[in-house]
Ligand binder design. Structure first.
Ligand SMILES: CC(C)(COP(=O)(O)OP(=O)(O)OC[C@H]1O[C@@H](n2cnc3c(N)ncnc32)[C@H](O)[C@@H]1OP(=O)(O)O)[C@@H](O)C(=O)NCCC(=O)NCCS
Length: 183
């Protein structure tokens, strides 16, 4: 596992930072939205406790180095509008997976692409990763577009990899190698 330390990353409009108890309500609002959770096997959240538990798990992952979920905060207002993550590190192969979600009110503004550019730079330089992967539902056009804009390559297709809210759902697998990263 890489050594993780409490970081803040800045982009022109965003601060990416470690998450804590102050984020419970805003984090809940992101994942309680059925549109945000549409392609997630767990479905939309229905209780603030789910947000509390998820933030506690996020903090445990900071402590044991197994994952780094960063809150995405608007610099202008201080509002937490989503999160991005690097997780499932495989140290011996210097790779991990990447995740992201944004409150629906802010979709389409380029925020996630902006946040992920900073996260990729951190992953490929400070964490010295060689490869970052992402797993996307083929119906999730916005997510695929975000990855393609960042230079990820479509590498594989896995039918019925997940059961999403009772229905089998396929995966398109994306990857970005450090030597193909144009950051
Ligand atoms: C995926 C998600 C983070 C994208 O957020 P966003 O704020 O819209 O992202 P951006 O504005 O940075 O970029 C979105 C791009 O997708 C495009 N897009 C939006 N909807 C699309 C669709 N249905 N099909 C294809 N492209 C689409 C946008 O036009 C934009 O591309 P452009 O910059 O070339 O115009 C957001 O939709 C989300 O939180 N979804 C729910 C959680 C989720 O699915 N996470 C990913 C799991 S793999």
């Amino acid at each position: 596992m890489p050594t993780l330390s409490p970081i803040e990353l800045f982009t022109p409009r965003l601060k990416l930072r470690w998450m804590d108890e102050r984020d419970v309500d805003a984090h809940y609002a992101v994942f309680a939205d059925p549109e945000v959770a549409r392609y997630w096997s767990s479905g939309p959240w229905t209780s603030l406790d789910q947000s509390r538990e998820h933030i506690a798990a996020t903090q445990a992952a900071y402590a044991d180095g197994s994952g780094m979920r960063l809150g995405v905060e608007l610099i202008d207002t201080g509002e937490l509008i989503g999160n991005v993550s690097l997780h499932r590190f495989v140290d011996t192969s210097r790779r991990c997976e990447m995740g992201y979600a944004l409150a629906r009110a802010h979709w389409g503004g380029g925020y996630v692409s902006e946040a992920l550019r900073a996260l990729l730079a951190y992953g490929f330089t400070t964490l010295d990763l060689n490869r970052i992967e992402a797993d996307v539902d083929p119906r999730n056009g916005a997510s695929a577009r975000v990855l393609e804009k960042l230079g990820f390559h479509k590498e594989g297709y896995m039918p019925e990899r997940w059961i999403v809210q009772g229905e089998p759902a396929d995966t398109v697998y994306y990857g970005l190698l450090r030597r193909h990263w144009n950051g």
